[in-house]
Design a protein around this ligand. Structure first.
Ligand SMILES: NC(=O)c1ccc[n+]([C@@H]2O[C@H](COP(=O)([O-])OP(=O)(O)OC[C@H]3O[C@@H](n4cnc5c(N)ncnc54)[C@H](OP(=O)(O)O)[C@@H]3O)[C@@H](O)[C@H]2O)c1
Length: 348
């Protein structure tokens, strides 16, 4: 039976995903924020780091080593990849852990080395983790202790692709993903390329067809297809704070058309609280999901009867990170999946 209240720690609370988790957990009916840790900001209060989190009920930011995990039920890890695995390996085994970094998303240690350029330091834990794309791993989730929260680009791209791939409707080649992210996707750490002058009034592609999220995309789409997909993935940085759009060009298998694909998406997501197929012809916009845990998708006809265009939008900090992390926490702890997450988008 679910505990009525759980105690949560946020490791790496002084970054964007940590701050977003605090915003969500503060109004969660079953979660208490019991500990917050940081690195360079350890010793400060959250309101000094993020003035919008001015609540005096929040615990101070400490080092991770200073947290007494004995009375913590769930730990959210909001750390850079490679750091996360080293810290998670030291945490006590009674903890349920939701890792927002990329460290436990790839089941294959060799794939991790390929995409992240170094050996994995906790391969046993890597084998224990479950990929936490909630809508597609919901039934397995409560049986795991360590959840690898998916990346923002893979969440946005896989939600429209997986139902078609699992139904045998999608060709493995080609899958072309043209994706765009707001600047908060890069975290709060200061980088020259993220300065206002570099980002505003312009748009730039980056990591063209070699972005690290391609590892997850290949893994999860390959599993759904039962074959290795041929994925072209080009992410772009766009001059807005939050929001992500994936425009996906793909082909249907012989014997299927856009009506069948649309029916499949409808059947998969009709009863989902956070993934919505829009009415025919409506174009999903990041405006409609800003600050919410929702993903809006739609399907459009391509240049011939078997070519399709899928468009998907999420808020990278919500369904792409902290919102999905809370959705996973709810399932891990036996709470209703939507608890604390049903707020609608901020518009304008
Ligand atoms: N931003 C997104 O949209 C998004 C989406 C999905 C997944 N993610 C992933 O989620 C993770 C966190 O992202 P973010 O955007 O929140 O990053 P961020 O804003 O850069 O924050 C990173 C956090 O990690 C802490 N930290 C860094 N090194 C540490 C260490 N050695 N020990 C303890 N704490 C340390 C930082 O503490 P100090 O600030 O005190 O130094 C900060 O709290 C990353 O792995 C990222 O790839 C991000």
């Amino acid at each position: 039976m679910a505990q009525t209240r759980i105690r949560c720690a946020i490791i790496g609370a002084s970054g964007y995903t940590g701050a977003e988790l605090i915003r969500l957990l503060r109004s969660h009916p079953h979660a208490d924020i019991a500990a917050l840790s940081a690195n360079s900001h350890a010793g400060q209060h959250m309101q000094d780091v993020f003035p919008h989190l001015f609540y005096d009920t929040l615990p101070p930011l400490t080092t991770t080593e200073a947290i007494n995990f004995d009375d913590i039920d769930v730990a959210f890890c909001c750390l850079p990849h490679a750091t996360s695995q080293k810290i998670i390996a030291t945490l006590p085994k009674h903890l349920k852990i939701i890792d927002l970094s990329a460290d436990f998303r790839l089941v294959d240690a060799e794939a991790y080395r390929h995409w992240y350029g170094e050996e994995h330091h906790a391969p046993a834990l890597q084998a224990e983790a479950l990929y936490g794309l909630t809508e597609h791993y919901r039934t397995d989730l409560p049986n795991h202790r360590l959840i690898a929260n998916p990346g923002c680009y893979p969440t946005c791209s896989l939600l429209p692709l997986l139902p078609l791939a699992k139904a045998g409707m999608l060709e493995a080649d080609p899958v072309i993903i043209d994706a765009k992210s707001g600047v908060s996707g890069a975290g709060r750490t200061i980088k020259q390329g993220m300065l206002y002058n570099e980002v505003s009034e312009g748009m730039t592609a980056y990591s063209v067809n070699h972005h690290r999220h391609m590892g997850e995309l290949h893994q999860e789409l390959g599993l759904a297809l039962g074959a290795q997909p041929s994925i072209t993935f080009v992410p772009h940085l766009i001059p807005q704070k939050r929001g992500m759009v994936a425009t996906i060009y793909a082909r249907l298998q012989s014997g299927y058309d856009i009506n069948a694909a649309r029916a499949q998406l409808h059947q998969t997501y009709a009863n989902e609280p956070f993934v919505h197929l829009m009415p025919q012809g409506n174009v999903p916009s990041t405006h409609s999901v800003r600050g919410s845990n929702h993903c809006l998708i739609n399907i459009f006809a391509g240049s011939d009867a078997r070519s399709i265009i899928l468009i998907s939008v999420i808020d990278n900090l919500m369904k792409g990170a902290s919102g999905q992390a809370v959705q996973n926490m709810n399932l891990l702890c036996g709470f209703p999946e939507t608890e604390g997450l049903m707020g609608s988008a901020l518009f304008p």
